[in-house]
Design a binder for this molecule. Structure first.
Ligand SMILES: O=C(CO)COP(=O)(O)O
Length: 248
């Protein structure tokens, strides 16, 4: 089964009602490559606004979700509340949550298990810091994150992996095509060795970190890069050019 190219837009904690309406209007008017799956992820407050105004065919993702069905968990949002609002996706394990909010590999894996078992699809993020890369530990770090996920997951069909080197996020320092392809290939090999040939073949592996309309074309040509998770550029009209990068 060919892997469908995937472009996610992670708005992070950005935007206002008016700027988000503008992004939605632009997406609604745009000619988007039908061979690309598109998912946008505004902050919680705007999920419903986006879901209700965005054209069908583009999915909407939360940026996080909790791993309990309901109850006394002030400030958290449940999987069933997302599904009730027409949200079928969530991002989990973004490096900003791992580092700033101290989410461990195990916490991220537990949330991913709960979300996928309860019908959400997950963009599961991994990636190394600059210090880890310079120490030659990139593959080791990513493998450890994958192993924590594997310890809790049996069904990988609802998971898209996003490799996001922390040093490339929001810095303008995009990984070279060779650097990105090398890690994506290693992730696929890890899946082949530790999960199955089928999961390795079918799981989409996205690259994230300073992707823009200029660098996406080259990156998209790499055999193990199946799409992008875009931060800053997803707030701009250039996001449409990134979605259409296969035509570059
Ligand atoms: O963190 C990212 C997407 O989740 C990447 O962010 P930037 O594209 O702004 O570097």
């Amino acid at each position: 089964m060919a892997r469908k190219f995937f472009v996610g837009g992670n708005f992070k904690m950005n935007g206002s009602i008016s700027s988000i309406k503008e992004i939605v209007d632009n997406l609604n008017k745009a000619e988007l490559d039908p061979n690309v799956e598109v998912v946008v992820s505004p902050s919680y407050l705007y999920l419903l606004l986006v879901r209700e105004s965005l054209r069908p065919g583009i999915e909407v993702a939360a940026q996080n979700v909790f791993d309990k069905p309901n109850g006394a968990f002030t400030g958290e949002i449940s999987v069933s509340q997302l599904k009730d609002s027409g949200i079928n996706w969530t991002i989990l394990g973004h490096s900003e949550r791992r580092t700033i909010l101290r989410e461990t590999d195990e916490v991220v894996a537990r949330k991913t298990k709960y979300a996928t078992e309860n019908g959400l699809s997950v963009i599961w993020c991994c990636g190394e810091s600059l210090e880890e890369r310079e120490a030659g530990k990139t593959i080791e770090v990513v493998s450890k994150q994958l192993a924590a996920l594997k310890a809790q997951i049996s069904d990988w069909s609802k998971i898209v992996i996003a490799y996001e080197p922390i040093w490339a996020i929001g810095t303008g320092k995009v990984a070279t095509t060779e650097q990105a392809q090398e890690v994506h290939k290693a992730i696929r090999e890890w899946l082949k060795t530790n999960v199955s040939d089928k999961v390795a073949e079918e799981t989409r592996i996205l690259y994230g970190g300073s992707v823009n309309e200029k660098n996406c074309g080259e990156l998209s040509k790499q055999p193990d890069i199946d799409g992008f998770l875009v931060g800053g550029a997803s707030l701009k009209p250039a996001f449409i050019d990134i979605v259409n990068c296969l035509k570059q």
